[in-house]
Design a protein around this ligand. Sequence first.
Ligand SMILES: [Zn+2]
Length: 102
Amino acid sequence: MSNPSLEITFEFQVQHGSNGSGGEHTDSLEQHMLFEHTRASLERDIRRKLGRIVCGEHHEAPKIHITCTYDALNDQMDVNWNIDTCCKLFFVQVVKTLNQVN
Ligand SMILES: [Zn+2]
């Protein structure tokens, strides 16, 4: 008996801008903590919202892949979502649920 569960994966990238002068300005430990913080809060938020959501027709849980790109030059975090579902209908449902404020 399979028990579908929500799958969340993360990928982090750092963008260093274009003025190629050494990367000494950015502290990798600091970035690591920033990523960890982002990952933890996103994952908590997603699990709270999607919890045990499964497709009503296929009984599949969504797979969510999140790519966070840290722009070291502007000190900004860009978050890209990639949501993988068994069908389009369920995809719409997942997106709708994620976009709900609470
Ligand atoms: Zn489905």
